[in-house]
Design a protein around this ligand. Structure first.
Ligand code: 0O2
Length: 232
């Protein structure tokens, strides 16, 4: 007997994914969405290159890397639909593009708080980058203790059809702020935690200690820079 290599028995195929016409129709509707995702990937690549160039330049000129690491991600489709739903807006491609600023997301992890502002300022003064929105959760932390500098920037990508302006969210944090945010993120997605209020209060204390530590480390770093410069 010939081995049956079909994953789905012939008769069940249409029941599971619908008619071939419907599949073709689904793929056709998915195309503009995939195009949007691809364009956001391109915007991320542009931004990542810009940030890497700045880090390389600092490294060559000053023997110092202000950026520890860069993470990029395109928001996953479920989170996009969920956010649109939360905002009460039908998730058409046009609405998604108009409403969401964070389909393309870059996280820049810096060594010290002053690096955050320095790199953010340099990036947003580049003539092909437009600053659309700035939320300074370092100067004004969220009540739970969350700290980061969030920028929404406009950046062009160049397609075969011409230039297209894209939006991206760039989050700047120190290593310590990022460490804190990862733990806080875990708390958000665990629904069976005992005493969440107590954990949230402890996390808030940690956020404040981390912030103090960040600035003390910054001072030590500045002193090392100053004193090694003075002694040369
Ligand atoms: P993900 O998966 O991290 O991307 P907006 O409508 O854009 O003005 P929004 O989207 O609430 O308002 O913007 P906001 O407040 O600037 O925060 C957006 C992102 O910042 C979140 O993305 C998180 O990445 C991060 N963030 C904000 N607050 C917190 C917090 O309290 N804890 C942690 N860990 N991260 C935070 P998303 O959309 O949640 O998802």
């Amino acid at each position: 007997m010939a081995e049956n290599t079909q994953l789905v028995p012939a008769g069940d195929f249409e029941n599971i994914i619908g008619s071939t016409d419907r599949t073709a129709q689904l793929l056709e509707t998915a195309k503009p969405f995939m195009e949007l995702m691809m364009q956001n990937e391109c915007a991320l690549r542009e931004l990542e290159t810009k940030l890497n160039v700045l880090n390389d330049e600092f490294s060559t000129l000053y023997n110092y890397n202000p950026i520890e690491s860069i993470k990029t991600r395109v928001k996953d489709p479920l989170s996009i639909v969920e956010k649109m739903h939360r905002k009460g807006i039908t998730p058409t491609i046009e609405n998604i593009e108009k409403t969401l600023n964070d389909i393309a997301g870059v996280r820049v992890i810096c060594s010290f708080p002053e690096d955050i502002y320095a790199i953010a300022d340099i990036l947003t003064t580049q003539d092909d980058v437009t600053l659309l929105k700035r939320k300074d959760y370092i100067a004004n932390p969220k009540p739970n203790g969350y700290r980061s500098l969030h920028l929404i920037v406009g950046i062009p990508i160049f397609l075969s059809t011409g230039k297209k302006m894209m939006k991206a969210e760039v989050q700047f944090r120190t290593i310590a702020m990022d460490f804190w945010a990862s733990l806080d993120h875990k708390l958000k997605y665990k629904h069976n935690v005992k005493n969440p209020e107590d954990i949230a209060a402890k996390l808030k204390e940690c956020a404040d200690s981390i912030s103090e530590l960040d600035y003390r480390m910054q001072e030590i770093h500045n002193r090392i820079e100053r004193e090694s410069w003075d002694s040369e």
